[in-house]
Design a protein around this ligand. Structure first.
Ligand code: GUN
Length: 294
């Protein structure tokens, strides 16, 4: 039997609806409108698409959304000065610096310059620390793993006791925070990466498999345990041949056509994790605005 396709787009749209409704109530009761500032440095085309989508969703939720575009050759101090200005602005509840940054900039210094209370990406060490300690009530949790978790909970419930979760990829943005969330939900968690020996033999044990490596269609059908839930975080552009013409296509880190025959449930690319990431960014921004109102 083919896998259930997890409709991240529909779930994200539902979430955005409820965020819009909650925002309207907050604005009416407190006069405070959630403000999200998105900083983009340079002109990376993929980053521009992501930032545009974030702005569009923020506006649809009834937020103030301000985009700050800095030139590709910006100096470290240019970015830090902007962040300090946004840190001090009471109308700004969420600050996000789109990654990756141009190579002259120090990504860590920049993400750590954002006030933890406005760090809706959840990249500040204070938020990472709270998440790692299991305090998800206080921490801002990074949006992609938080979105993945909601989809996993929809299928398996909140308690993952006895289930093996395998994450492929050890990034600070996805792999590591995903492990903290799965561990808090009582799953038995393994993180794999480029130095893992015999990766398919590890992934075949996974009841929950999260692929976040950034390599197109790397996870094959025979890497997957029959009936597993497969969460594909990858967004890779590949060239495919369509009737003799070369076309761009977006694919995940999982070979979808193979995996869909083995898995119990799977997120598609596009339309799976991507829209959920944006919805969770809105949820974090609303939370930050609510905190400032209370
Ligand atoms: N680039 C890719 N994913 C992300 C993300 O979740 N946040 C930011 N700021 N940049 C990204």
């Amino acid at each position: 039997m083919a896998a259930t396709i997890i409709d991240g787009k529909a779930k994200a749209a539902e979430l955005s609806e409820s965020i819009s409704a909650a925002t309207a109530v907050m604005v009416k009761q407190t006069g405070i409108k959630p403000g999200l500032s998105v900083v983009i440095v340079g002109e990376d085309p993929a980053s521009q698409v992501y930032v545009r989508n974030k702005k569009r969703t923020a506006e649809a939720c009834g937020f103030n959304s301000i985009q700050h575009t800095l030139p590709e050759d910006s100096a470290q101090d240019d970015v830090i000065n902007l962040i300090e200005q946004l840190n001090a602005d009471p109308a700004v509840h969420g600050i996000l610096v789109q990654l990756p940054l141009p190579s002259q900039l120090n990504e860590e210094k920049i993400t750590q310059a954002i006030l933890p209370g406005k760090d809706v990406d959840g990249f500040h060490f204070q938020n990472i620390g709270m998440l790692t300690a299991g305090n998800t009530d206080s921490a801002f949790v990074p949006c992609t793993p938080a979105g993945c978790m909601l989809m996993i909970e929809d299928h398996l419930g909140k308690d993952l006791s006895g289930l093996n979760a395998v994450i492929v990829g050890r990034s600070n943005i996805v792999g590591k925070p995903m492990a903290s969330l799965l561990l808090k939900a009582n799953a038995t968690v393994t993180i794999c990466h480029s130095r893992t020996r015999d990766l398919p033999s590890v992934t075949r044990n996974a009841d929950i498999l999260v692929a976040a490596v950034g390599r197109a269609q790397m996870v094959k059908g025979d890497w997957i345990k029959p009936g597993a839930i497969v969460i594909d975080v990858g967004i890779n552009r590949i060239q495919v041949d369509v009737d003799g013409a070369s076309k761009n296509r977006l694919v995940g880190d999982v070979d979808f056509d193979e995996a869909v025959r083995v898995a119990g449930a799977i997120t598609p690319v596009p339309g799976g994790v991507g829209p959920m990431t944006i919805a969770l960014l809105m949820l974090n921004t609303l939370r930050s605005a609510k905190r400032s109102a209370s």
